[in-house]
Design a protein around this ligand. Sequence first.
Ligand SMILES: Nc1ncnc2c1ncn2[C@@H]1O[C@H](COP(=O)(O)OP(=O)(O)OP(=O)(O)O)[C@@H](O)[C@H]1O
Length: 309
Amino acid sequence: MTAMVEISELRKTYQSGFEALKGVSLEIREGEILALLGPNGAGKTTLISAICGISVPSSGTIRVGGYDTITDYRAARKLIGLVPQEINLEPFQKVIDAVRFSRGLFGCKRDDVYVERILRQLSLWDKRDAKIMELSGGMKRRVLIAKALSHEPRVLFLDEPTAGVDVELRRDMWDIVAKLKADGVTIILTTHYIEEAEAIADRIGVINKGELLLVEEKTALMTRMGRKELVVELQEPVESLPEALSGYDLDLIEEGRALRYTYDTSADRTGITKLLSDISATGLVLRDIRTRQSSLEEIFVGLLQENAA
Ligand SMILES: Nc1ncnc2c1ncn2[C@@H]1O[C@H](COP(=O)(O)OP(=O)(O)OP(=O)(O)O)[C@@H](O)[C@H]1O
């Protein structure tokens, strides 16, 4: 797959002197869904604003569809649709007019067939003649997406698309994103909901304090997430691990009262059965066993803590 968005060494220092992006480099492939995760103030909106040409980077380069966002601004911007975090609609405007108007702003010719397709895709066709002020919050969010898609962009940025929306609408949004991907649109979304990233993203990027900590295929991350711990409580504490168990990834914890075995749930074999029989063979008596799974959320929080250290 070719790169749709290429960001190289991007830095942004606001006038206040605050460094919001500290050298971010990232390639976003055509047709993928990339979720950017990060705590409040991490720099997600700053990054999106820079790509969309809303704010000027202090240094570094961004290319969208091969066009530089500064020197070839119009060509680059035309390829981009942006769904902002805040609802910024004209209350008295009709839904269909809002979408046609947005299309016109990009210099595209009126195309009623395309606009109808977008409105139908977003379940807004029945509401096309309603005034924006008459719509529910969820419908307004759909109008924001319709406007962002009005000029047939190849890349769509969704900044917190489901912040504050109910579970049903969140799932509708996920369906919409899946349909857009099927149409070949490249999608970048920011979110605080790890569950959302898990549900729809192909790759996940974690950003904190203006730095990109990782960008990884979701499935690879899920494999990491799939790591589990088995804690074997012992009847009597031991001072050290028996030599016969040295081949296992084991730690002695809880002052020698338990053994912790970390394993990969996605592996063909976890090795638990053999481990338990090998433990018995050493003469150690088991009192109890328990397992726990590290979640993506824990990985995420752990990453942020590491970054803070
Ligand atoms: N115009 C500005 N002038 C000075 N500082 C700014 C400006 N805009 C944003 N910042 C600061 O830059 C940092 C990154 O902000 P940004 O909005 O990009 O974060 P975010 O990751 O999108 O956060 P959130 O999840 O809360 O939306 C924050 O500390 C913010 O206060």
